[in-house]
Design a protein. Structure first.
Length: 713
């Protein structure tokens, strides 16, 4: 078909139109519009060659591109019809599509399987080697992702351990079989109680095999597990009152609340320890004579561990290295290049002419130039070398400052002697190697372990004036399994030299020692104790059948207790016969003996005889109202009083149980219990009349009643 033509005008560009692509000849540059495809062509050769310069599809967009359309479009050749609304697992509209509830929140990715390029070689993902199903993460087995909150409580009957996530919630366990959610709201388990004097240890953990909270009283298991805590408890009642003696939570989380990982916690702890010497750092101390002497200190390079190994550079004060004086009294951390400048201790006191100990240490740093030498001044000095060697007053300072933890390490202890003569003369008495030694147990203290038990061949004394004079100890003579104790008396003592004296012959020689001397067993002391102590006397006679005392025996205080034993004389004995009687009998214990005291004798016939003439007396107690009585046995009644000698304002002798018959020292008398009265007055003879006789008789009756000779009317 020959396309139609559009009239040309001088000011317009016209194109031929038609349906379908052009195939006719036309001048070069001629235009053609394909109405069917909405495309525009230009002739490129003045013949039948045409080039499409505007693709069809409208709006200038290519008609052959892939488009998502709701319905078929006749102007597009490669459109993809998806419908007016979303289909399949989508819903809603294309403007606001939705996902079906069945798949909402689920994972739809495809799992890829990684294969080894070489059998047994494993694979690497983002630098992490994975082999045989493990990503080299077994180091984390038994860990818990979260920080745990562990506690112990008691209701007085049962002790309970509780665990949950810090802040509350479940725990995520990591074992060789992967991650496991452990329900902890919180999780609890009963602990085994101890006693008040014997606490019980409890080991609390979760087993990998059953993911169950478990407790043991012996140890954590050898099987895979997540340790939670070690707990030491007394009784349930004491835990309720005072809490557990120990609750050590094993916080093996992957990270803390600040997302700081567990490995960083390990390295933090390591760096809180002092640095560790590995090798090198050998010292040389050089004293150069002069007026005064100079002291240079040098070390070789060496290897020191913080967390990682570092190189300690060589140091030498003779070539400019400085030593920092940490505890200088006037200016801490001042520097010296000559140790001879150190003549004051850390209190500011002079050490001139004395013995003293310096402790040299160093601090290792990342850069060699920042690694430094330090010296600790002592707290005092000594006049005697042996005192300084033993540091008897504890003046030496081994402490390393707390701020240097993780970097500081000990090098040596230098025992120096200074003499003021010659402008200052120095002597290196001792150089003790401290490399590899642990500093004081805690920074800021001077606590050090001191040995208290020694082998007899490891302990020796030497003379302070001549160190070649030595004393060794030998304990091989002690019976195996025994401990012997030497108790020193409160006095000075000297060991006797028996090689220069014979105590058996010359017992009083001064060379045989004094009362405070220690001697061999056959030594004769010039003096002896006048008497034994109780313990000595018992020790001396214990087990002996008879104790013979040749002299006088005095009991200055206390009692002579012989129990149920008797006391024997040549012909008599004294025995405890019953609980109520002491018996005085003959030595053969066949008959009772007489007792005689001064002028009183108890006869074998049972009588008491007063001897010594016609002036013997029996006395009542010598005190106011004191009395002595005589008693007799009343048949069927018992012992009753029959007479009494009594002291009173007017002493008296009375007879009868109630003193019915009383005779006083003043001459008064009372019979039948009446009050003692004086003798009645004389009654004048009656005049013979009945009235007078009656009066006189009545008076007589009254006087008799007064004396108790008859009852009162």
């Amino acid at each position: 078909m020959i396309p139609g033509r559009i009239p040309r005008h001088s000011h317009e560009v016209r194109a031929a139109v038609g349906s379908g692509a052009p195939t006719y000849s036309a001048p070069e540059g001629a235009l053609y519009w394909d109405l069917a495809a909405n495309s525009v062509y230009i002739n490129n050769d003045g013949g039948t060659g045409w080039t499409e310069i505007i693709a069809g599809g409208g709006g200038g967009a290519p008609s052959a591109a892939d488009y998502l359309v709701g319905s078929v479009n006749p102007n597009l050749s490669a459109e993809i019809v998806v419908g007016v609304t979303p289909g399949g697992e989508l819903g809603g509209s294309w403007v606001s599509p939705t996902v079906d509830a069945l798949h909402s929140g689920s994972i739809h990715h495809v799992t890829d399987t990684l294969a080894e390029s070489t059998p047994g070689a494993g694979v690497t993902v983002d630098g992490l080697p994975i082999k045989d199903g493990e990503a080299n993460l077994s180091i984390l087995n038994g860990a818990i992702e979260e920080t745990i909150d562990a506690s112990v409580s008691s209701d007085g009957a049962t002790i309970t351990f509780s665990v949950q996530k810090e802040g509350g919630g479940n725990l995520t366990l990591l074992f060789s079989d992967g991650f496991t959610t452990f329900v902890a709201a919180p999780a609890t388990i009963a602990l085994t109680a101890g006693s008040a004097t014997s606490p019980q240890s409890n080991y609390v953990y979760i087993l990998q095999s059953n993911k169950t909270l478990t407790v043991s009283t012996s140890a954590f298991p050898s099987a895979e597990h997540a340790p939670l805590a070690t707990v030491i408890v007394q009784t349930a009642a004491l835990v309720q009152a005072n809490g557990a003696l120990k609750l050590h939570a094993w916080t093996d989380h992957l990270s803390d609340a600040d997302n700081q990982g567990q490995i960083s916690h390990f390295t933090e702890w390591i760096r809180e320890q002092h640095a560790t010497w590995k090798s090198g750092v050998s010292q040389t101390l050089t004293i150069t004579g002069g007026a005064p002497d100079t002291i240079d200190f040098a070390t070789t390079s060496g290897s020191i561990f913080q967390l990682h190994p570092h190189t300690m550079p060589a140091k030498n004060t003779a070539t400019g290295s400085v030593v920092h004086v940490v505890n200088d009294n006037a200016s801490p951390y001042t520097t010296v290049t000559d140790l001879a400048d150190l003549l004051t201790d850390n209190t500011g006191a002079s050490m001139s002419g004395k013995y003293f100990n310096l402790v040299i240490w160093a601090s290792i740093s990342e850069a060699a130039a920042d690694s430094q030498l330090f010296v600790n001044l002592p707290g005092g000095s000594y006049s005697k070398q042996t005192d300084a060697e033993q540091d008897v007053s504890g003046f030496t300072v081994f402490d390393l400052p707390a701020d240097f933890k993780g970097a500081a390490f000990l090098i040596s202890r230098l025992l120096l002697k200074h003499s003021a003569g010659g402008g200052g003369t120095w002597t290196a008495v001792e150089e003790a190697d401290l490399r590899g030694k642990i500093p004081s147990a805690a920074a800021g203290t001077s606590t050090q372990a001191i040995a208290t038990t020694f082998a007899d061949n490891a302990f020796r004394l030497f003379d302070e004036g001549d160190v070649t004079r030595l004393l060794d100890f030998q304990l091989s003579g002690i019976t195996a399994g025994n401990t012997r104790t030497w108790t020193v008396p409160d006095e000075d003592m000297t060991l006797i030299d028996d090689a220069t004296s014979d105590p058996l012959i010359d017992a009083n020689s001064a060379s045989d020692g004094t009362e405070g001397s220690l001697a061999r067993k056959d030594h004769v002391h010039p003096k002896h104790h006048a008497k034994y102590t109780d313990a000595e006397a018992i020790s001396a006679v214990e087990g002996e059948a008879t104790l013979v005392l040749g002299g006088a025996v005095s009991i200055l205080s206390g009692n002579l207790d012989i129990g149920s034993r008797g006391i024997l004389t040549t012909t008599h004995r004294i025995d405890e016969e019953t609980s109520s009687f002491i018996a005085f009998r003959n030595r053969a214990d066949t008959a009772y003996a007489r007792i005689r005291a001064a002028n009183v004798q108890v006869t074998t016939a049972g009588g008491v005889e007063l001897q010594g003439g016609n002036t013997q007396q029996i006395h009542a107690q010598q005190q106011n109202d004191g009395w002595s009585g005589m008693t007799a046995w009343d048949t069927g009644v018992g012992r009753v009083e029959i007479a009494r000698l009594a002291g009173a304002a007017d002493p008296y002798f009375a007879m009868g149980g109630s003193q019915e018959f009383k005779f006083t020292n003043a001459g008064l008398m009372g019979l039948y219990g009446v009050a003692a009265a004086a003798q009645p007055a004389h009654i004048v003879d009656a005049d013979g009349t009945l009235a007078d006789i009656t009066t006189k008789f009545n008076q007589l009756l009254a006087d008799m009643a007064t004396l108790g000779l008859q009852a009162a009317a």
